[in-house]
Design a protein around this ligand. Structure first.
Ligand code: ZN
Ligand code: ZN
Length: 476
């Protein structure tokens, strides 16, 4: 396995592109906008169309082309085109000018990469738009089968990926010549946001490349815990069982590579998902039923015991009117609490409508993302609000509950004691349930103690007192 991974790590075009980015002519040398390098003094470099295109110096570019007759269709010494350099650095005006003055939009370097591939490296959306408007092929592949979506995920350009898929119909799930989809690359590089977006776009989690590795295998090999978490949360039990060509599961690979946290996580995830998927077995049904009946039973037993052994007990002195009212008040509080308990566990906690199950959308052949193309949450780059399972962009404070397998608005937690999520629509019922039951417990406890203390036959009714003490302990 390890040798395969080394191969992966040495993927040539990436390396070469990296090389170009890091060293090639030094355009990337320093500065935050990449091209502000240390070549200001070097006249020969400053005056070629490639450097000028990379810097986006339109005036100089015009001068070089129109007065000095330089060509924009020839590659530089390393085989890269001026249009690629402009695309890499998002120089829209320069790119437009190059296209209008003889630059070939389809020109590919020795790796078969076009200017569009290069625009993806740093997420140059505006230049990509220009290139595509001018007729660049969005599905163009380089010699390794990388399309623009592969390059965007290799560099973690989620916004660029979103744009190119939603506006230009780029394929987010196309395998390269080694059978690796953009999801493989995102998992390998550990770009969790890219993974979220790709899963949202229905990328195939279970796709195996030529080595038999799924995206989860890759995330495990590299020890990318966040990537593993996102993949597992959106996945199924079977994803964890898939073995690669050497017969290893993602969890085994992680421990082989000494990524202990990831191996531990994947081992646990397997058990958790097994529980979740085991809905048909007796145990599965019981766990789904959760603890609500148990809690209901406890409250009812305590209520009955309190009424019989404390309020109406024949061996205790009669209650005074005021004290009796208080004692019965507690029964009322506890009963009102039970009503709240019922409302809380039976109500819809604020489930958000799933896109995936909407028959209208199912019929619609348009990609799901188109519905959300102008979603301000996505435009602001909040990719974690994409739910890959429900296929929605959830609002702020909403979360996906793994027990209910739905997104819940204003999600607080999933409460096993009420067998429901606590969210926007039942949080006040839950709060009232807690307040009512806690005050009933405190008050019944106080009433019970008072009854023991004021009982003239206290020493003889020792066992009775013991029962009540036990009751109090239970209550508190
Ligand atoms: Zn969800
Ligand atoms: Zn839930």
């Amino acid at each position: 396995m390890s040798s395969e991974i080394e191969v992966v790590e040495d993927v040539q075009p990436l390396k070469q592109l990296d090389g170009v980015l890091a060293n090639g002519n030094g355009y990337y040398g320093g500065g935050n906008n990449g091209v502000v390098g240390g070549f200001v003094d070097d006249e020969s470099l400053r005056n070629d169309v490639y450097t000028v295109a990379a810097y986006g110096d339109l005036e100089k570019l015009q001068r070089l082309v129109e007065y000095e007759g330089r060509s924009l269709s020839e590659p530089d010494g390393l085989g890269y085109y001026a249009l690629q350099w402009a695309a890499l650095n998002n120089r829209t005006a320069a790119a437009q000018y190059i296209i209008e003055h003889g630059g070939d939009i389809h020109a590919a370097d020795h790796n078969g990469q076009t200017a569009l591939h290069w625009s993806a490296v740093r997420g140059a959306i505006q230049v990509a738009d220009i290139l595509l408007q001018e007729g660049a092929r969005v599905h163009a592949a380089d010699i390794y089968g990388y399309q623009v979506t592969h390059v965007a995920t290799q560099y973690g350009q989620t916004a660029f990926l979103y744009h190119i898929v939603s506006k230009w119909n780029a394929d987010p799930d196309i395998p390269d010549y080694s059978g690796r989809s953009p999801l493989h690359w995102a998992a390998y590089k550990g770009f969790a946001d890219c993974i979220r977006l790709l899963l949202f776009l229905d990328a195939d989690r279970g796709r195996q490349d030529k080595e038999g590795c799924t995206p989860l295998h890759w995330a495990a090999i590299k020890g990318n815990l966040e990537a593993c978490t996102v993949l597992v949360q959106a996945g199924k039990k079977e994803d964890l069982m898939i073995t690669d060509n050497s017969g290893l599961t993602p969890a085994q690979l992680a421990s082989e590579k000494n990524h202990r946290q990831v191996a531990f996580f994947l081992g646990n995830a397997r058990r958790l998902l097994e529980k979740r998927c085991d809905g048909n077995s007796r145990l599965g049904r019981l766990s789904k039923l959760s603890l609500a009946p148990v809690l209901l039973f406890i409250i009812l037993v305590m209520l009955v015991t309190y009424t019989q052994s404390v309020i109406t007990a024949s061996n205790l002195p009669k209650l005074t009117a005021g004290f009796g009212l208080l004692a019965w008040m507690d029964v009322f509080l506890a009963s009102a609490g039970l009503v709240m308990f019922y409302r809380c566990s039976s109500k819809d906690p604020g489930y958000i409508k799933m896109n995936a199950l909407d028959p209208q959308n199912m019929k619609d052949s348009e990609p799901l993302l188109k519905i959300e193309i102008n979603n301000p949450i996505l435009l602001a780059g909040n990719w974690s609000q994409l739910c890959a399972t429900c296929k929605i962009v959830r609002p702020l404070r909403a979360k996906h509950c793994s027990t209910c397998d739905r997104c819940v608005e204003q999600f607080d937690h999933h409460c096993p004691w009420v067998s429901n999520c606590i969210g926007k629509r039942n949080k006040w019922d839950f709060f009232l349930f807690l307040v009512l039951e806690v005050s009933a417990m405190l008050s019944t406890g106080a009433v019970a103690i008072t009854r023991i203390v004021t009982d003239p036959l206290a020493p003889s009714s020792f066992f009775h007192g013991l029962t009540m003490l036990l009751l109090i302990t239970l209550v508190l």
